[in-house]
Design a protein around this ligand. Sequence first.
Ligand code: SF4
Length: 170
Amino acid sequence: MAVGDRPKDAPPGGGYALTTLEAMIAWGRKYSIYPFTFATACCGIEVMGAFGTHYDLSRFGAEVVRFSPRQADMLLVAGTVNYKMAPVLVRIYEQMLEPKWVVAMGACASSGGFYNNYSVLQGIDKIIPVDVYIPGCPPNPEGIIDAVVILQKMMETGAPRASERWPIKI
Ligand code: SF4
C-alpha cells in the first residue's frame, strides 16, 4: 500500500481518529481553563498584564475570567494573604467544583515573601493545596503563562492534583 492510500477497512466518507473519552475530555479541558483571580496586592497588576493584548493569555485558552468560584477551575492567588483574609480564601477554594487547580503567584502567596510577621500567612499552602508556584516579586506575565502551560500538561497527562495529596501526609 502506497503512502497516503486509505486502508481497505477504513470507514466510508473520510478518516477517523482513535482516542479515549478521558483523553478527549482532557484535551477540551486544557484549552478551556476558567481562572478565578484572588489578587490582594501588587502581583495583581502583573495578572492584568497577562490578560492584556501584549501577552494575550487567550492564546492558551485561559482568558475567560470567572467572577464566581463556582464557575472556575483555576484559582490564581496573587499577593499577600494575611490571617484575617485566610478564611475567605479557604471559603473560595471550597466553593470551586472539582477538578480544580491552584496557582500561588509570587513570593508573598508562595511563602509570605518578606512580610515575615504576626499578621501574614507564610504561604497559602498552609491552608489550601497548591499545584504550581510562580517565583518572583513580582513575577512577570510570562510566569503566569508558564503556570498555565504546566497546568495544561497536568490536565493532559492526568497528573495528580495537589488536592489529591491533601492534607500532606509524611
Ligand atoms: S510578591 Fe512582591 S509584587 Fe507580589 S504581592 Fe508580594 S510584594 Fe507585591
